[in-house]
Design a protein around this ligand. Sequence first.
Ligand code: NAP
Length: 246
Amino acid sequence: MTSRVALVTGGTGGIGTEICKTLANNDYRVVASWLSGVDDGEAWQAKLKEEGYDFAIAEGDVSDFESAAAMVKKAETKVGPIDILVNCAGITKDSFMHKMKHDQWDAVLRVNLDSVFNVTRQVIMGMRNRGFGRIINISSVNGQKGQIGQANYSAAKAGMHGFTMALAQESAKKGITVNTISPGYIATSMVAEMGEKIVNKMIEQIPVGRLGQPEEIARVVEFLAADESGFITGANIAINGGMHMG
Ligand code: NAP
C-alpha cells in the first residue's frame, strides 16, 4: 500500500496510459500530462473513468520550459507533491540525415530530451527536500544501437541516459533513484504509423518474434517506482524481446 504521487508525461499515449493504469492498480495517485491541440486529455480521462480509473490530468507542452513549469504546478495542485516522475512524452520525425530538416531535428530533441530537463527541474528540489524520489526516463532501443533514419531520435534517446547517469549520482544520497527504460518495438500508434510492411520487417529482427506490449513496459516502471527499489539507480533497463543486448 502506497500513498505516493506519480506524474506521467505523455500519460495519455499508448505506453503512458498503461503506466498510469499499472501505477493506479498499485495504489499510486496518478496525474497524466497531455498536450492540448494534439490530444484530448479530457476525453482520455472520461474514457478511463468508465474503466474505473480516477486520473488527474495536467495540460502542458513538455518541450517548453515555462509550459512544463505550469503543467507541474497544475499537477501538484491537484494531487500533491510529485514523488515519482515518469518522463514518457516522445515523438519521432524520421528522415535520412542528408534530407533531415532543422525543424525535424529540433522538434525531436526538444520533445524527447529537453523535456526531461524541463519537467525534472520542476520536481527535483522537492524530492531532495523530502528525501525521496523516483525518476524513470523512457528512452528507446534506438538510443542504444542507433537506427537508420533516426539520427535525431537516436541522439535524443541516448542523451536521456546520459542525463539519467549524471542525475543518479547527484541524487543518490537524497533517496532519489534515476533510471532509464529502453523499450524495443511496442504495439502503440507510434509503431503502427510505420506501416504494416516495415513493422513486419522489424518483427523479423526480434528474437521473441512479436512486438512488445505497453503493459510489459509499465510493470517495470512500477517495479522501479517502489520504495523497495532504492538500490537500483543509474541503470538502463532494456525491454526489447532480445533485439539488442549489451
Ligand atoms: P504515443 O502513443 O505517441 O505517446 C506519446 C505521448 O507523448 C503522447 O501522450 C503525446 O501527447 C505526448 N507528447 C508528444 N509531444 C508532447 C509535448 N510536446 N508535450 C507533452 N506531451 C507530448 O507513443 P508511445 O509509443 O506511447 O511512446 C511513449 C514513449 O515511449 C515515447 O517517449 C517513445 O519515444 C518511447 N518509445 C516507444 C516505443 C514504441 O515502440 N512505441 C519504443 C521505444 C520507445 P499527444 O498525444 O497529445 O501528442
